[in-house]
Write a protein that binds this ligand. Structure first.
Ligand code: PEP
Ligand code: MN
Length: 338
């Protein structure tokens, strides 16, 4: 971080600002005094520097960033890719991760049937929402605790680890017990209390990108979890809001190489919420893998026309099998496996 001081700043002001900054953390402040300008170079742990406080000092002209504000999520300080172990599989390793299943758990027959179908096609994890964050309070809100029980039944039947969305910190204990990966949905990406609490457990967290979150905001949310001690964070690009209305969201595929460069965390793509259209899932899934994502999360339903949630973007098990064939072919080209 670089602080540019106003012209004519007195030495005692420089000294008092330096003292103030060094009191904020393990930081070395190096002043460079020119004829017109004085700048302070800050190196060390600048995460605890309160920028607004510094900027409000009348001797400060402006602040410039040299490094990203996230430390634990930053590849600079952790060059090796993070891998997250779930059941028998590894997320972020050489093998791609494929999370498949319905938007929401609807019945035992539905979830067990879909689990068997996606497992047979090669999925590595089963998804299924029990608590659904719906825009309307009158829409189906999920089977809640009963849904978690049904996911367990599907796990028993197939051996697939399960992923489900947690909305309230009050349910963390139940999720610790019943699911293998806790999903934080787009709408909760900046629920900082929730993130902090999820940082105090060791269960893998699938952190979806917020509806209008920048890449930096998304990584700062990951930082909330990592900074509390949970290293098992998996990112998921699920499309962002843009001016385009043809698709439900705009899948930011460019975010994948960007995140891979900035961070060591595994990153998946959700082409279902990303497009909102079942027929676009297959091409977007192919693109996601080709561009370097560690896998996909896709909504699969046996009867999309009667799904209680997100039927329009859910593919049938037969189509999912085709997607898996595509992914195997592309994985071979880029030196990965499924
Ligand atoms: C979901 O995965 O079903 C979901 C609600 O996703 P998002 O939070 O990305 O909208
Ligand atoms: Mn959904």
């Amino acid at each position: 971080m670089i602080i540019v001081l106003k012209q004519g700043t007195a030495q005692r002001e420089i000294d008092s600002l330096t003292a103030r900054i060094t009191a904020m953390g393990d930081i070395t402040v190096t002043p460079i005094i020119g004829t017109d300008l004085t700048i302070l170079g800050l190196v060390g742990d600048t995460t605890r520097v309160d920028e607004n406080q510094i900027e409000s000092q009348h001797c400060v002209e402006r602040i410039m960033h040299v490094a990203e504000p996230f430390k634990k999520a930053n590849r600079m300080f952790h060059p090796v890719n993070t891998t997250v172990r779930v059941g028998g599989s590894v997320i972020g390793g050489e093998a791609l991760t494929v999370i498949a299943g319905p938007c929401s758990v609807e019945s035992e027959e539905q979830i067990v049937g879909i689990a068997k179908a996606v497992k047979a096609a090669g999925a590595t994890l089963l998804r299924g929402g029990a608590f659904k964050p719906r825009t309307s309070p009158y829409s189906f809100q999920g089977l809640k605790y009963e849904g978690l029980e049904l996911l367990q039944a599907a796990r028993r039947e197939t051996g697939l680890p399960v992923v489900s969305e947690l909305m309230s910190p009050m349910d963390i204990d139940v999720f610790m017990d019943k699911v293998d990966v806790i999903q934080v949905g787009a709408r909760n990406m900046q629920n900082f209390d929730l993130l902090r609490q999820l940082g105090r457990i060791d269960k893998p967290i699938l952190l979806k990108r917020g509806l209008s979150a920048t890449i930096e905001e998304w990584l700062m949310s990951a930082e909330y979890i990592l900074s509390e001690g949970n290293p098992n964070v998996i990112l998921c690009e699920r499309g962002i809001r843009t001016f385009e209305t043809y698709t439900r969201n705009t899948v930011d595929l460019g975010a994948i190489p960007a995140v891979k460069r900035l961070s060591h965390l595994p990153v998946l793509v959700d082409p279902s919420h990303g497009t909102g259209k079942a027929w676009m899932v297959e091409p977007m899934a192919r693109a996601a893998i080709a561009i370097g994502a560690d896998g996909i999360m896709v909504e699969v339903h046996n009867d999309p026309a009667h799904a209680l949630c997100d039927g329009q973007q859910s593919i049938k098990p037969e189509v999912f099998s085709e997607v898996m064939k595509d992914l195997r072919a592309i994985a071979g080209v880029i030196g990965r496996s499924v």
